[in-house]
Design a protein around this ligand. Structure first.
Ligand SMILES: *Cc1c(COP(=O)(O)O)cnc(C)c1O
Length: 239
């Protein structure tokens, strides 16, 4: 029998190898892909095990749960990503705790985060979530609403937040060709944003989860949000 920590170490190793092999097969440099271990609904010991196996970037999707964990890892060089839908009354907990917010979807939230980040002297990296599958159950901006939102954001240029790219959740369930097409569409949107607005730091593509990260790597993801493939089941599935 393996201990939970040994299983996490082995899973991380497997995921990293798969990312590297897929990246090379696609002619990409594996170094340009950041693996975010999604630790939502996982105990602190699971995060500890992943840290022991060299993992540095972690993702959480509720502020309350994250705030119960993050302080225990102060000074360990970890990088926390907020990957859930951020309610504006929770935004004040972001600067100082999270260096990345993956699901920016309104000017109002950007303005609020900007003000809070400035107050704390922090910089929050943000990604705009695109609802590429046009799934009414999902958050994010519709593809046709992306340019107008980005244009407004760039015009206001709020201090304290950096606009770094796009985030998307792949269609589910979906076969490989459909997944690849959806991820390729997000990549194209990012490229169009960069070209149209000359946004040179708008480079990131957060896409790919346990079930579809291989397709995401092939189609250009720079950030993968992987939970169950690293930690195993969460026991309670909440989204
Ligand atoms: C939970 C979650 C993930 C990780 O999902 P797994 O299928 O466990 O890899 C990734 N992204 C978001 C936005 C999530 O909420």
């Amino acid at each position: 029998m393996s201990s939970p920590g040994e299983i996490i170490t082995r899973n991380l190793h497997t995921v990293r190898q798969t990312i590297a092999a897929t990246a090379r097969a696609a002619g990409r440099n594996p170094e340009e892909i950041r693996l975010i271990a999604v630790s939502k609904n996982q105990p602190r010991a699971a995060i500890e095990a992943a840290v022991g196996a060299g993992q540095r970037a972690f993702g959480e999707n509720t502020v309350q749960e994250a705030l119960a964990k993050i302080p225990h890892f102060t000074g360990r060089g970890l990088e926390w990503h907020f990957i859930g839908h951020l309610q504006s009354n929770k935004a004040r907990f972001i600067p100082g705790n999270f260096s990345w917010v993956h699901a920016l979807d309104s000017l109002k939230l950007a303005q609020r985060l900007s003000r809070l980040a400035q107050e704390q002297g922090a910089v929050v990296n943000t990604l705009i979530e695109v609802n590429v599958a046009r799934d009414p159950r999902k958050h994010g901006v519709a593809p046709e609403a992306l340019f107008p939102l980005l244009e407004q954001l760039l015009r206001e240029n709020p201090s304290g937040i950096a606009l770094r790219g796009l985030m998307a959740i792949g269609p589910h369930p979906a076969a490989e060709p459909e997944l690849r097409a959806a991820f390729a569409a997000v990549r194209k949107l990012r490229d169009d944003c960069r070209r149209r607005f000359g946004a040179k730091d708008f480079t990131e593509l957060s896409m790919g989860m346990s079930g579809d990260y291989i397709a995401a790597v092939t189609e250009g993801a720079t950030m993968l949000r992987v939970g169950t493939a690293i930690f195993g089941g969460r026991g309670r599935e909440d989204n």
